[in-house]
Design a protein around this ligand. Structure first.
Ligand SMILES: CC(=O)N[C@H]1[C@@H](OP(=O)(O)OP(=O)(O)OC[C@H]2O[C@@H](n3ccc(=O)[nH]c3=O)[C@H](O)[C@@H]2O)O[C@H](CO)[C@@H](O)[C@@H]1O
Ligand SMILES: C=C(OP(=O)(O)O)C(=O)O
Length: 432
């Protein structure tokens, strides 16, 4: 299993180019099921989840031609409505094929994704919405078995804001008979990006980006070209990495408008930044202030930035409280950060972080995608070497993390196996 070895090495400096958003690319890939034409997506992040989604689509018979940061998907050759456990278990977002399969083929058999390290993550709201649209759904042998001759438009109120739930039902509703109204819909930029893509395919969607989305069903969709929006979470992660090292970094190919509350929090913490349309300049600071945040659906503070922000607040002078309201178990990084010298106490769903604490390198374990990113951020300023195990989590969502950080001056190396390889990596980094 791959590991990362990092040695704290002072301020990050230079320019980093942000990749396309994983969480916008995944539903866009699933949208290829909705048409018998070719969909061409660009600014695609070449991360593991994208490869997994492409394998899943290939398994269903779609012709997928993956290039460098782009993909062509031909839905005319689809010949299966099954999303098997072997692929779904490695990526929960596989549930995004359920709505499109049902809408295009009238049936879908999708493995139940189950929970993961951050929480139980049920998909009950996806299923009840599809039932309301006339689907017959059975849960058998760990699979969702759904059938509908043609889905019918309906008014759907989501009891909780759900991002992939909104995306799944929005995709299903594009080919339904009549009009579907989604209330308490997710307002994330990735939902809006998906609606832009679907409308370019011939769908009739209004209101994406607000909590009321109206979808007028059409008979068929056609192919199109679409460029995926920049990854706001990757962007935020580099803002945090620059902040803890007191670096000066130009973050390009991004869009600050998607990062609202996170950037506000960093400004409250005293991080000097310049925001341009497609670029963020982060400047060195002379000490961070503590800052309290609570995760909320967009436009609130994103849960996907909570762990990285916490690692950053270990370097703010004073007490910061970070409350997680979206997922019930998203503090897996806390014990690992504390092993590196942080002072973080968990009180229910609030983590109380006291800083400034010097951090020291340790052997730590990545437990989920963003927890892993928080350990990388901590390692960048830790005394001596940190070895991060189980980095396959990072590979799901960060394209070329080592390369991008190395370009900014970080001492970081990926190693394939064995403790002797760790020693060799540390020696090489210490000498470099
Ligand atoms: C691929 C993707 O886009 N992943 C993002 C998406 O995940 P995902 O779409 O899975 O997360 P949701 O927005 O659905 O989850 C929000 C909350 O609603 C609950 N819930 C959700 C659906 C449901 O049927 N029943 C239910 O109870 C979940 O357990 C969670 O507590 O949004 C999350 C919240 O911003 C992000 O952390 C993930 O990075
Ligand atoms: C939780 C995340 O992804 P997923 O929903 O795919 O698990 C994430 O991107 O932080």
């Amino acid at each position: 299993m791959d590991k990362l070895v990092i040695i704290g090495n002072g301020p990050l400096e230079g320019e980093v180019r942000i990749s396309g958003a994983k969480n916008a690319a995944l539903p866009s890939l699933a949208a290829s099921i909705l048409t018998a034409d070719t969909l061409h997506l660009t600014n695609l992040p070449m991360v593991r989840d994208i490869h997994t989604m492409c394998s899943l689509l290939q398994e269903m018979g779609l012709n997928v031609v993956l290039g460098d940061e782009e993909v062509s998907l031909f839905g005319g050759s689809i010949n299966s409505h099954i999303a098997p456990y072997q692929l779904v278990k490695t990526m929960r977002a596989s549930i995004l094929v359920l709505g499109p399969l049902l809408a295009r083929l009238g049936e879908a058999q999708v493995s139940l994704p189950g929970g993961c390290a951050i929480g139980a993550r049920p998909v009950d709201l996806h299923l009840s919405a599809l039932e309301k649209m006339g689907a017959e759904i059975k849960l058998e042998h760990g699979y969702i078995d759904a059938k509908a001759k043609r889905l019918k438009g309906a008014e759907i109120f989501f009891e909780k804001v759900t991002v992939t739930g909104t995306e799944n039902i929005m995709m299903a509703a594009t080919l339904a008979e009549g009009t579907t109204v989604l209330l308490n819909a997710a307002r994330e930029p990735e939902v809006e990006d998906l609606a832009i893509l679907l409308n370019a395919m011939g769908a009739r969607i209004e209101g994406a980006g607000t909590d009321r989305i109206v979808i007028h069903g059409v008979d068929e969709l056609h192919g199109t070209h679409h460029s995926i929006i920049p990854d706001r979470i990757e962007t935020g992660t580099y803002v945090c990495a620059t902040a803890v090292t007191r670096g000066r970094v130009s973050i390009t190919n991004t869009a600050p408008k998607y990062l609202g509350r996170f950037l506000e929090a960093m400004q409250r913490a005293g991080l000097p930044m310049e925001l341009h349309e497609n670029r963020i300049e982060v400047f060195p600071h002379d000490g961070l202030r503590p800052c309290d945040v609570e995760t909320q659906p967009h436009p609130g503070f994103p849960t996907d930035m909570q762990a990285q922000f916490m690692a950053t607040m270990t370097q703010a002078k004073g007490v910061s409280t970070i409350t997680e309201t979206i997922f019930e178990n998203r503090f897996n990084h806390v014990p690992e950060l504390n092993r590196m010298g942080a002072h973080i106490q968990i009180n229910g769903n609030t983590a109380v972080t006291s800083g400034v604490t010097p951090l020291s390198g340790a052997q730590v374990m990545a437990t989920d995608l963003r927890a892993s990113a928080s350990l990388v951020i901590a390692a960048l300023i830790a005394d001596q070497e940190t070895t991060i195990d189980r980095i396959y989590h990072l590979d799901r969502g960060y394209y070329d993390l080592e390369g991008k950080l190395r370009n900014l001056g970080a001492k970081i190396r990926r190693i394939k196996n064995g403790d002797s390889a760790v020693r060799e990596a540390v020696d090489a980094l210490s000498g470099s």
